[in-house]
Design a protein around this ligand. Structure first.
Ligand code: ADP
Ligand code: MG
Length: 329
């Protein structure tokens, strides 16, 4: 099947057709009218087989995830995702694969209200690279660089499920069947917190999405905001399935290590953010409005290291070095 047939059959007509789009797929570039009084947020995230996903991952999961991780970057900035382009690299033309991928991409693009306006198609190891374009009210943005000492530190939902699922899928641990199913879904189908990001625009002072691991990503806030962060280990929100996994340990040393997936595992796509203590009421109200757990897990301090420390009772621990996933290490 020729490249142009792939594009026509599987890439066109994906997502809502925004009125601001003048030219979409089919020309040398897409053209849209930038809205007045809004800023534009742009971000790219790539997923490579064997690096970001297991080689046998279902195409519907991949379609969900590539849009979800890109929308998550918009969420972390408080932006509304609007357009996307997709560079699709595949070893060969596999029509059943493309059909499933395209149908799932359609579903997710409609759900996230993102129009696919262009992309590229080529041969090579399976790689998905998506550029997402979102909108923000002028000068209103969430950033990693504006946390302040004394602020509370929060995370949405629960953390560690995606990493725990990966360990299960790679046969490093063995989970009970129902928990394995729940966690695998969290791994393959993360839910970007787009509405939360927008809700936090007037509340949070800094925000990041948890893609590399809670400690690593809070570390980015520390570096860029020039603050330190102390995380209360017992406050970290864990899912029921994660708690079952922890309880399966009888030895207390192992039980302590069993928090590692929540601290250092990646791919949760929850939002971690900081906010002044006088915002607690608004955060509680936002949590109720969205039906989403927002848990205070620590505090930002003026300590000079500009790093993350872990606390339990009155003991302080330094996190593992090289925490979080890093390429080229
Ligand atoms: P060119 O050769 O001018 O770069 P292409 O043949 O690569 O153009 O692409 C033709 C059109 O199809 C362009 O509008 C491009 O944005 C779009 N396109 C190509 N691949 C994809 C894809 N995977 N998803 C969405 N749009 C695509
Ligand atoms: Mg091209």
């Amino acid at each position: 099947m020729a490249e142009f047939s792939i594009i026509r059959n599987y890439c066109q007509g994906i997502g809502p057709k925004h009125r601001s789009t003048r030219i979409d797929i089919g020309d040398d570039a897409a053209v849209f009218e930038p809205p007045q009084d809004m800023d534009i947020a742009v971000s790219t995230d790539t997923m490579v087989t064997g690096v970001h996903f297991l080689p046998d991952t279902a195409p519907s999961h991949l379609a969900h995830k590539i849009l979800a991780v890109n929308c998550s970057d918009m969420a972390a900035m408080g932006a509304i995702p609007k357009y996307a382009t997709l560079a699709l690299t595949m070893p060969q033309v596999d029509e059943p694969w493309l059909a499933e991928f395209s149908a799932a991409l359609m579903t997710q693009a409609e759900r996230f209200k993102v129009q696919l306006i262009g992309g590229d198609t080529s041969s090579g190891n399976l790689t998905l690279s998506c550029t997402i374009i979102g909108l923000l009210d002028k000068f209103k943005v969430l950033s990693r660089a504006s946390a302040r000492p004394g602020s509370d530190v929060y995370v949405s939902g629960s953390v560690g499920d995606a990493a725990l699922a990966l360990a299960h899928l790679q046969n490093q641990i063995n989970l009970p069947k129902t928990d394995a199913e729940t966690l695998t879904l969290a791994h393959y189908r993360p839910e970007p917190r787009v509405e939360l990001g927008q809700g936090l625009l007037n509340i949070a002072d800094a925000c990041i999405d948890v893609s590399d691991g809670l400690v690593a990503d809070l570390g980015h806030i520390c570096q860029q905001s020039e603050v330190s962060i102390q995380i209360e280990l017992d406050a970290i929100p864990l899912s029921e399935a994660y708690l079952n996994f922890q309880n399966s340990y009888s030895n207390s040393d192992q039980a302590a290590n069993s928090l590692d997936y929540a601290l250092y595992g990646g791919d949760d796509y929850e939002l971690a953010f900081t906010a002044r203590a006088d915002r607690r009421g608004e955060i509680k109200a936002l949590s109720e409005e969205l039906g989403l757990r927002l848990t205070k897990i620590g505090i930002a301090t003026s300590a000079q290291e500009h790093s993350v420390m872990l606390a339990r009772g009155d003991k302080l621990y330094r996190p593992q070095t090289h925490a979080g996933y890093q390429h080229f290490l």
